[in-house]
Design a protein around this ligand. Sequence first.
Ligand code: AMP
Length: 650
Amino acid sequence: MQCNKEASSPSSQQAPTLSGSYEQLHRFSIEQPEQFWEEQSRLIHWETPPQQILDYSNPPFRKWFVGGRTNLCFNAVDRHLQERGDQLALVVASSETDSVREFTYRQLYREVNDFAAVLVHLGVGQGDRVVIYMPNMAEAVFAMLACARIGAVHSVVFGGFAAHNLALRIDDAQPKLLITADAGCRGGKVIPYKPLVDSALASAQTPPEKVLVVSRGLDQALALEPGRDVDYASLRAQLGPVDVPVQWLESNEPSYLLYTSGTTGKPKGVQRDVGGYAVAMALSMLTVFDVKPGQVMFSTSDVGWAVGHSYNVYGPLIGGATALLYEGLPTRPDPGVWWQLCEKYRVRTLFSSPTAIRVLKKHDPDFIRKHDLSALQYLFLAGEPLDEPTALWIKQLLGKPVIDNYWQTETGWPALTLLPGVDLKPTRFGSPGFANLGYNARIIDENTGQEVAPGQKGVLVFVPPLPPGCLSTVWRNDERFIASYFSHFKTLLYSSSDWAIRDEDGYIFILGRTDDVINVAGHRLGTREIEESVSSNQAVVEAAVVGVPDELKGQVPVVFATLRDEHAGDRAAAAAGLRKTVETSLGAVARPARVYIVDALPKTRSGKLLRRSLQALAQGGDPGDLSTLDNPAALDEVRNALNRGADAGD
Ligand code: AMP
């Protein structure tokens, strides 16, 4: 592959030539990491070039591009002004406010600088934390880039989180400033943010002194607290257009924090660096997502998630592409809304989640088919297992590669994927492909720590040092970084806490979290495997499988499933059919002990099944932490189904 020359700028050194097959490049990245990453470092602008590519003198901590000084905002905005100032940088489409806002790189520069001026005016400086609690609106992007510009550490908290979650994150990050919007919207319903923020600040131990409010005029009852709350539009107008100098940061300074759930209930602040992250973003745009400067990437994620940070904001902008951000549901005003945007903006790479495709699968495929998708080259899906029926459905409909890719909040960019920008291997259903460049992936036996043979199940680990872009530590908690990720085995390995299997051809398959595995009569089964089997039944839209204790067998699998409309009439027949399907595909050992048909499954706002809550309910227990629950009605559904009794079972 030849990196597009346009990816460099006059201020960059010469960009690397990524020639060779995936195998050659991957080997190079693992065997000669310093040479490999020295070449890739040229994809971005360094005000001061790195003096040392890798410092791994204090494992598992590693420092990339030591001594190099750079800035994420400069690489995402300023760097492109000369060559592509009038090219679209950011498009924000909202089906909630029925608006589309377009910004060229030059306009983005103005917006970000004015935002940065407001931050500086409010006393925010290098190293200060800024919590951003906003929906998918343009100002969320401006706020992130403005923080990056002045060296402040942003921590975006997903706008759907409730006050308690926000307060927990505030107390850990201890921000100087909180930036919010007057309101978000969901399905046309206005959700005022300010009351949530007020409540979070009232319960937080270390509330910020100031709250900056960006109002879209959605909340008619918006009330600002004098002395604490600041209206963004007024202060911006007062300050006028200002150019704010870029703060050059040493590559390993923190750029942002992103909180993710831990096992203790206290969220972990995943800390990212500056230089390594910028290089990983630049590289992945070319090699993984195959998006070159001037091309368009649409990620349907929320800025509050890892994908949102990397591929709604930093990746496309550092790569000189056009980033498309969307606020709203995939089905509103109709299920064609995303595909219409793909047609209008000639989207090349679309990035979404299996859940979103399953939602669309419930609707008439003509909503997708009727659009001109000739520019679209790839659909990337991540965040959860991609089941074969869903993958097949969308692949057949689009006629384009559907690329399952695996990553975690911690990795910041895909760890397992196919790399169409290098050479596109054939997709294999159920597999997110191979280790990405820089990721030394192994599948090891959880007890012996030895690598398992092809076809055998083990824990997916990454041999450190982790590549650039991955977390540098847990915010102000190096011990937790080591305990959570590097203490599972005798040798120093990053544990993904996911089960995986590698086939004879090297394709890796994810079998679910290590903590979701069940043991039935001495047989270890991944709930994921059973779910896949259940979902292959024609009647099923979606299924969740949990292990519940059983006197005889230790644990047994229990299924909760939603049905296609045409099968919903006869739950008992459908449920019996599901058991048969599993028995046929996986064997009697995996046959679900009970099947409950429900109208909806409890999910987090990012679309992940709340298996643990399901499991607890199925065992007659408390559903536990529901702070990320998106659809409370689904929980009642499950309770009712359990009270009613199984639709099929032993
Ligand atoms: P998060 O940090 O919330 O993005 O969750 C990361 C977890 O999601 C991983 O540890 C996996 O369990 C799961 N995950 C992410 N991508 C995939 C994928 N492509 N296939 C299967 N599981 C995935």
